[in-house]
Ligand binder design. Structure first.
Ligand code: TYM
Length: 370
């Protein structure tokens, strides 16, 4: 049995350069260098996409657009060790989530940082919208009830980490390239796998611990690309203005403007120091990753400079060149090839996932033991 490397990227909005550098690039590097030796699963967590309020009429379009991004980023579509699939097309993900919910603590989920952050944001947005003009007035009590219910933090969001654990455990994945914001979910995946194995015998492969994951992917820590305008927070798909986010579909001109407007500091020296110079360090990180170098080595190239203009121009050029090349590839992606791969791989994944699900069903007493 080949070891499995697995990751997923949600289709809530256009993917951005943080998603690309944090998860997609390491996965695709592995797909190119390790297929043959490993099984590589790249999937679209479409069930995760609906854990926060979205425009459901756009979801199908975004899913297809993001799958095309995977192909344009270099995912080989013709390799039999590489699987591409949509989560909801493999029903075992939902089924195992229902089962593992019963072995997961309520408090354990409530402590998840992403849940706390996202629920705070949803609540704040709901509060901001109270009395806003975009609701038909006068609102009936039913309208109000529906509005409040829709803007609530959902049970789905609360349960997000269990579904994510199932995504990983169903395929016995060992390595999971994700950005730093997902480390806690990865730790939970290990916890629940260890807990289930202790109770029921060997059910799941336990993914390696987060630190070892970084070593495997050749990094010393998980990546967190920051918002360009506010480097105290991560670059995020849910940023409404999009001004601090470089989307993979931004034109090179738009991306250049965003980089040139990125927040820096008054120190005037290009140092890699994420604590004292978070804005500059973020730009260094982006430039280093796009040119295949180390951020410190990149910073050294600017030693002696006392202004940020030339440095920012170099970052903008690297990003614009990257986007030009990527978008040319995106325009050439063959939709039919993606759909054919999805159909074939989803059938194969249903078989693999069902085999793990059956082991769990047998362990908890829902199916007779073989
Ligand atoms: P999503 O779609 O929110 O993020 C996709 C990937 O992008 C990484 N990422 C970042 N990396 C660096 N800097 C950033 N600013 C940045 N923003 C996002 C995320 O860490 C992630 O790796 N829950 C997952 C999706 C998922 C998944 C899974 C991943 C569902 N099931 C099973 C792995 C295995 C997520 O955050 O998606």
């Amino acid at each position: 049995m080949k070891k499995v490397i697995l990751t997923g990227l949600r289709a809530n909005n256009d993917l951005h350069i943080g998603n690309y550098l944090g998860a997609l690039l390491p996965f695709i590097d592995m797909a190119k260098s390790k297929a043959g030796e490993y099984q590589l699963n790249l999937f679209m967590p479409d069930l995760h996409s609906i854990t926060t309020p979205i425009d459901h009429s756009k979801l199908q379009g975004t899913i297809m657009d993001n799958l095309k991004v995977f192909a344009a980023a270099g995912l080989p579509l013709d390799n039999s060790d590489i699987y591409l699939y949509r989560q909801s097309y493999v029903p075992a993900h939902s089924e195992l989530t229902v089962l593992l919910n019963n072995f997961t603590g309520f408090g354990e989920m409530g402590r998840m940082t992403q849940f706390k952050d996202k629920s705070q944001r949803i609540n704040a947005e709901a509060y901001d919208r109270t009395g806003a003009q975009d609701f038909k007035l006068p609102e009936t009590p039913h309208d109000i009830k529906m509005r409040v219910a829709e803007s609530r933090v959902s049970v789905g969001l609360f349960d997000y980490p269990v579904l994510m654990a199932c995504d990983i455990l169903l395929y016995n994945a060992t390595y999971v390239p994700v950005g730093d914001d997902q480390s806690q979910h990865l730790e939970f995946t290990r916890d629940i796998a260890i807990r289930m194995n202790a109770k029921f015998g060997d059910l799941f492969t336990v993914p390696v611990e987060v630190k070892k994951q970084h070593e495997f992917f050749g990094k010393d820590q998980g990546l967190r690309i920051k918002d360009l305008l506010d480097p105290s927070k991560k670059m995020s798909k849910s940023d409404e203005t999009g001004k601090g986010v470089i989307f993979m579909t931004d034109s090179p001109e738009v991306a250049t403007k965003k980089i040139m407007a990125a927040a820096t500091d008054s120190i005037g020296m290009v140092n890699y120091d994420p604590v004292k110079q978070p804005g500059i360090s973020n730009l260094l990180q982006i430039l280093a990753l796009l040119t295949g170098k180390d951020p410190q080595e990149t910073a050294d190239e600017y030693s002696g400079q006392t202004q940020y203009g030339d440095f920012k121009k170099d970052v903008a050029k690297a990003v614009a060149d990257f986007l030009t090349d990527f978008q040319a590839k995106l325009a050439k992606v063959d939709n039919a090839a993606i759909l054919a791969k999805l159909e074939k791989d989803e059938a194969a994944m249903r078989e693999q996932a069902n085999a793990t699900l059956l082991k769990v069903q047998q362990a908890v007493g829902l199916r007779p033991k073989a």
